[in-house]
Design a protein. Structure first.
Length: 179
């Protein structure tokens, strides 16, 4: 699941860009599963906010980072994290940024969190439900659409995603409503 929306300090909208995974190496580095495209774009932000208990967010400075492997992972050194034990303490936390700190998407591109809550209809105007969250799979990200009867997973690929109207909060997809 990715790109959920949460409230940050002062109630601002936070966009989840990744998730801290496991310690990497002996110097406190940590592996991060990036939800950004490209994955290394998460490193463009020198200060991250880490999710905490009670919906609180903690700012942390990225000291150094780089792409790791061929997948969606990066590895980073975070300020104040110098051992594998300290890295384990921050593992499994979401990495977020206030929405206002993110650049405007290019035409035809969207932040996943902008789609959460949008109505989803087929090209024949059959109502499928509302976007609730996303799954980031290797083949393609998938949009979870909760309808009155069930949840559908629609791949976020041009073949299926036909139109997005953020003003109307409506997404049109080429998808069989029976699937």
């Amino acid at each position: 699941m990715s790109d959920a929306v949460a409230a940050g300090p002062g109630g601002e909208r936070m966009v989840i860009l990744g998730r801290l995974a496991a310690p990497w190496g002996l110097k406190g580095w940590i592996r991060v599963h990036s939800y950004t495209d490209p994955p290394a774009a998460i490193l463009d932000h020198p200060v991250w906010h880490l999710s905490g208990s009670g919906g609180r967010w903690e700012a942390v400075r990225v000291v150094e980072g780089r792409r790791h492997g061929t997948g969606r992972d990066v590895v980073v050194a975070l300020e104040g994290v110098a051992t594998p034990e300290e890295a384990r303490r921050v593992a499994s936390r979401d990495v977020g940024l206030p929405r206002a700190e993110l650049p405007a998407p290019a035409p035809g591109e969207y932040y996943w969190d902008d789609l959460v809550g949008c109505r989803v209809v087929t090209e024949a105007d059959v109502e499928l439900g509302v976007v609730t969250h996303f799954h980031d799979f290797p083949a393609a990200p998938v949009m979870a659409v909760r309808g009155t009867d069930r949840e559908r997973w629609v791949p976020l690929v041009p073949r299926h995603l036909k139109q997005v109207d953020l003003d109307a909060r409506r997404v049109v997809v080429d998808w069989d409503p029976e699937f």
